[in-house]
Write a protein that binds this ligand. Structure first.
Ligand SMILES: Nc1ncnc2c1ncn2[C@@H]1O[C@H](COP(=O)(O)OP(=O)(O)OP(=O)(O)O)[C@@H](O)[C@H]1O
Length: 588
């Protein structure tokens, strides 16, 4: 899991290797300066002690030269360390925001290649959270955690090296407490991680609940269930609150505890340092300098321990995030193995003995055969769940068949290049999709190069031109997701205009069942007649008028074609269709 995440990170970081090497060099320089500076502090103290001793010794020459020199050295080294660390931080934040930007584009581009099956089986919220929480976690880790591991790791090793160089005994004294501190830090971090996991789980459940309630707001209002909705919200929220409180408690504990260890260590270092100086008969200046140097190191020494343990959790989140993104990227893309270019339809489209299941073991379409000749209209009718939409999904190759074949002018559709096939097929869905663009761009969505005259002509055929012209900005009116500029019926008209403009050879139309006023209904009827004129079409028909005008009616039930023929033929067969017709039942 870690390897996989590391491979993901490195693939995006590799292009920035120059910047990363520069940042690493600056970190090394800065850290070197940071661990070298205390030695100058020690020299300054030694210089000052010598000066003070000489001042009180008659006849001795007292000079502050060494003191000033060491002080300047110390300031310069601290300054150098700051410059190195600030500059490397700048480079790292640039590299991480650039590479996470590329990860975002990579993920989005990858999603565009996924199959409809993927989108059907993953909630929108989950997909969106890849871009928000997962990529955010990756960014945080790249921006701080990875940088911290390197810089704090170097600092930690550097301090140990410097201490060992200076005095082995004092180095061991300074490090004596660290095993305890590390164990305590790991226990706390582990507890915090458990709480963070609980918090994430609880937040996911809470978001799911909010999502469901908001999307069902109309039903909630209609049934007067707002109070119950708020009541059910509370336990979800309470779980999030408790988990985040505990998580914060444990995360917040780390820093003060490490501070405590650092102070305790300070006392130990001063105590043993003084003991060493007093019992070893060390020179006063050298002894004081040694104590001051180790006091500084003992304080610096706990910083990497607390920082390195604190980044464990963000790092863990980033690894999980990177793996989730990789899971998506490694899922099968839409297969486009066909190389034939689909030309204008000449003869017709046919489904032959088609079997299909969305999930293994649960067949949806069974031995479905339908023939439609060029220019004909087939009306698919049948009870809800009988598989009408599924036939539509297969015609456009949203899914591949389990067995049988669908042919376009006699050639199996899987042999065509997908894009060329889909250019020949137009779809009008029941639920029309309107994008946050101008009306003109919305209509020209499938043919962006269309002229305004072409767009207007399509809108006229779809009976929506007059409405568009009644808007202050006409075709330039911007549609945003938030406003309800169009009614359901008008949205479908706009979607019909969009399809008319692309002039598809094969039309798949899911007739809207939404209740619209009679005027809009008549407009939709007329628009549908216009879009179907001289075109080969499959219509999931709900209105009797549409069914009556079909060249062929195909009745689906439980995924099988049970009847096929014209209205008159089916009535004379006195089967399922005629039963429905005479009982005046609706075909949906
Ligand atoms: N993406 C999917 N994944 C799994 N099963 C699905 C999927 N889409 C549809 N189904 C199942 O396939 C069956 C047929 O559904 P389909 O939407 O084709 O019926 P339909 O005749 O169009 O119904 P309706 O008139 O209600 O739209 C249903 O049992 C449905 O649950």
């Amino acid at each position: 899991m870690i390897k996989r995440a590391v491979r993901y990170f490195t693939s995006y970081l590799m292009p920035y290797w120059k910047g990363l090497i520069l940042a690493a060099t600056l970190v090394l320089l800065g850290t070197y300066a940071q661990i070298k500076a205390p030695l100058y502090l020690g020299d300054a103290i030694s210089g000052l002690t010598k000066y003070l001793t000489a001042s009180f010794t008659p006849g001795a020459h007292a000079s502050l030269h060494d003191f000033y020199q060491a002080l300047i050295g110390m300031v310069l080294f601290y300054l150098l360390s700051e410059i190195g660390l600030v500059l490397s931080g700048l480079i790292i934040s640039r590299v991480s925001s650039d590479s996470v930007g590329e990860m975002r584009t990579g993920l989005f581009a990858n999603l565009q290649k996924k199959t409809i099956r993927y989108f059907d089986s993953h909630q929108d919220g989950k997909i969106l959270s890849l871009f928000t929480s997962d990529l955010d976690n990756v960014f945080n880790a790249m921006n701080s955690a990875v940088f911290q591991i390197f810089s704090q790791g170097v600092l930690f090793l550097g301090i140990i090296w410097m201490m060992l160089e200076k005095s082995l005994t004092m180095a061991l004294v300074t490090m004596a407490l660290s095993p305890v501190a590390i164990v305590v830090a790991l226990v706390i971090v582990n507890q915090a991680r458990k709480q963070i996991e609980k918090q994430q789980q609880a937040t996911g459940d809470l978001n799911g609940y909010i999502n469901e309630q908001l999307s069902g707001q109309a039903v909630l209002l209609a049934e007067g269930r707002q109070e119950q909705s708020i009541e059910s919200f509370r336990p979800f929220n309470e779980t999030v609150r408790q988990a985040s409180q505990k998580g914060q408690f444990y995360s917040g504990l780390l820093s003060p505890l490490m501070q405590g260890f650092s102070l305790l260590n300070l006392a130990i270092v001063i105590f043993f340092g003084s003991w060493l100086v007093l019992h070893n008969g060390m020179d006063k200046a050298a002894g004081l300098s040694l104590i001051v140097v180790f006091v500084t190191y003992s304080q610096q020494y706990f910083q990497p321990i607390s920082q390195l343990t604190a980044i464990y959790n963000p790092l863990q989140l980033a690894i999980t995030g990177a793996n989730r993104i990789r899971d998506v990227e490694e899922m099968p893309n839409e297969v486009n193995a066909g190389h034939l270019q689909a030309g204008p339809l000449k003869r017709g489209v046919a489904l032959r003995h088609v079997d299909f299941a969305y999930q293994e073991g649960r067949p949806i379409l069974k031995d479905v055969s339908i023939d439609v000749k060029k220019g004909q209209m087939v009306a698919l009718v049948g009870p809800t769940g009988s598989g009408k939409t599924t036939v539509m999904n297969l015609l456009n190759r949203f899914y591949d068949l389990n067995s049988g074949e669908i042919t376009y002018d006699g050639t199996p559709i899987k042999d065509f290049d997908l894009e060329s096939l889909r250019r020949r097929v137009g779809i009008v869905l029941q639920e029309s999709v309107i994008f946050s663009k101008s009306i003109r761009e919305n209509i020209a969505f499938g043919k962006p190069e269309a002229t305004l005259a072409e767009v207007e002509d399509a809108a006229k055929q779809a009976n929506i031109h007059d409405f568009i012209m009644s808007l202050p900005d006409g075709y330039d009116t911007q549609v945003t997701g938030a406003d309800n500029l169009f009614s359901t019926g008008q949205k479908q008209l706009l979607s019909i205009a969009r399809t008319i403009l692309t002039n598809p050879d094969l039309l798949i139309l899911d007739e809207a069942t939404a209740n619209v006023d009679t005027v809009t209904e008549a407009k939709i009827q007329l628009a549908m007649e216009n879009v179907m004129k001289d075109r080969t079409s499959f219509v999931i028909a709900h209105r009797l008028k549409t069914i009556l005008s079909a060249d062929q009616i195909v009745v689906l039930k439980d995924g099988r074609v049970i009847e096929k023929g014209t209205h008159e033929q089916l009535l004379s067969e006195k089967g399922f269709y005629s039963e429905l017709y005479y009982n005046q039942m609706v075909f949906d």
